[in-house]
Design a protein around this ligand. Sequence first.
Ligand code: PBG
Length: 329
Amino acid sequence: MYPYQRPRRLRKSKAIRDLVQETRLHPDDFIVPLFIIEGQNKKEEIPSMPGYFRMTLDHIKKEVKEIWRMGLKSVLLFVKVDDNLKDNTGQAAIDENGLMQQAIKSIKDTVPEMYVMTDVALDPFSSLGHDGIVKNGKIVNDETVEMLAKMGLSHAKAGADMLAPSDMMDGRIRALRETLEENSFDDVGIMSYSAKYASAFYGPFRDALDSAPVDEVNVPKDKSTYQMNPANRNTAITETLLDIEEGADIVMVKPGLCYLDIVRDLANTIEHPIAVYQVSGEYAMLKAAAEKGWLDHDAVMLEQLTSIKRAGASLIASYFAKEAVKLIG
Ligand code: PBG
């Protein structure tokens, strides 16, 4: 009781503040998303994500070497394929010589120790811009899951360390786990996007991959029949417990900042590592405000990342990973 308890004593100097600091960012906390395109010698800045690029594999090789040198140990791969490779069932996703499969091999050849995670979902390959197959105006669950299992297996064969299904179909973790086990890929992990919300913060990412749902009759305009309702909290626990039961190694909450209550709910409920995806719209907002001189970019970035970790995340997929590590490393 006052005056014996004066909390300000522990804030008196930087030394004592550092000594009692509870949460610290470390390079090991980060997963670096990479956007890969076909061709050679291309590095295109994504207009709604200033400072972030789509790259051809030759540039990706340099990038992963640099990332590794900086102390970052994992990448999460997304590919942008040409429109003529897209169809409703995403067949190009399971091509053994597809862009994703080539990218996995090439990164593993370049930096064998890099932990390679791959996006498993149909949207970059879907002519309709959905994470699943569309039939009669609906995203069909079980047929999509069959396709996702084939996709995951092809990533494992190419050398992926961990599959990251971002689609939100029911039962996909179990299907992926079973397929991996049956094919002797028992050490290939699964990071499930288990609590992924139908969020408007994904806009810049859909620009980056040209993967937004198309405006056609009988094609749902948004992803709200599979991604979660932003108003819901309990559903996140249901989804996450199911994914763990089905075989997920790491679970994820996405987006980040608006959903930190969910991260804490999960941290209080489960023992598995929790990842947070700080998404493209979160990145874009800070870049835009900083460009206008309205926010201190580095300070806000570190505050946001620290808050994500304080909420209970042990891993953060973030477009700020390199910038953050330069400051904290
Ligand atoms: C789609 C996918 C999305 C993101 C990752 N995987 C977008 C979506 O669900 O439409 C978003 C990532 C970001 O915004 O940074 N499977």
